[in-house]
Design a protein around this ligand. Sequence first.
Ligand SMILES: Nc1nc2c(ncn2[C@@H]2O[C@H](COP(=O)(O)OP(=O)(O)OP(=O)(O)O)[C@@H](O)[C@H]2O)c(=O)[nH]1
Length: 308
Amino acid sequence: MPTSMPDIANHTTAQTEGTLDWVGMSNIEMPIMVASKGESERMVSAHIDAFVNLNDAQAKGIHMSRLYLLIDELSTSSVLNYQTLVALLDGFINSHQELSDEAKVVFNFEYHLRRKSLISGKEGWKGYPVTLTGSLKQGKLAIELSIEVPYSSTCPCSAALARQLIQQAFQDKFASQQDLALNDVHEWLGTTEGVVATPHSQRSVAEIKVKLNNSIDDFPITELVDLIEGSLKTPVQAAVKREDEQEFARLNGQNLMFCEDAARRLQHTMNQAVHFDDFWLRINHLESLHAHDAVSVTTKGIPGGYQP
Ligand SMILES: Nc1nc2c(ncn2[C@@H]2O[C@H](COP(=O)(O)OP(=O)(O)OP(=O)(O)O)[C@@H](O)[C@H]2O)c(=O)[nH]1
């Protein structure tokens, strides 16, 4: 490297002095090997944000290349797990000794899991948007896992209204008949005149964030997905045969929910999951009745924890 190259970051001072909360890079694209509990390590295509604070009010700027190269080393020679995420944050701060004492890194990626069909025994891939965030602020480490889980929700109000129409249609059809033949009713129920109305369902998304503590070695991505899908009961499906679709219809009918119901279910489940220090969740029902969404938000509610 020629010795005469200007080094603005080191040899100039700020035009206007001031400390900054975060300085760094956003949307760095890199392949990253991710270690998740119970899964083989796998490569994901990550979009990464990397930051340190700028504590020196006069310094021109941080050394972005140092942050980039530390992440690059993780990408090419290591695996992302709890320990390497913490080491990365330490590396950010150590590489900026006179400038920074806080660090933050955010990994966004799609994580694919094999998911089983409801009845047929088939399997298929489902991709879940995952965000892993690590920060070291005032010596305090925070590691957070957030995930989005799509599912189906059927409106309980619409179901009740549809049932009423079905009852009315039954009345209209059979009220005048003296001897009701079981076969006639059975056959009629199998027609669109019998089930004259169907409730509306919607693609819904549970967004959930959890604080991880250092008792965790590997990121519990699958565990979190299983908890959420097991609680809601109607996750969207990958491989579907007719028997799976029928079971999905039954599960939807037996798990009618407003966005409040879904949030309370997950709240209950997450309160039982003792090894997550804190949680935040947002339920989004992408309505098919309305053009807008029905939304509910809740947290564990611990002092100093997540805010709604
Ligand atoms: N701090 C800062 N750097 C930027 C920005 N935009 C681009 N860069 C570039 O990031 C590059 C890397 O900066 P440094 O990490 O200081 O590079 P370097 O001086 O070769 O590396 P060291 O010798 O380790 O300090 C420089 O070429 C900067 O111009 C910005 O907004 N802020």
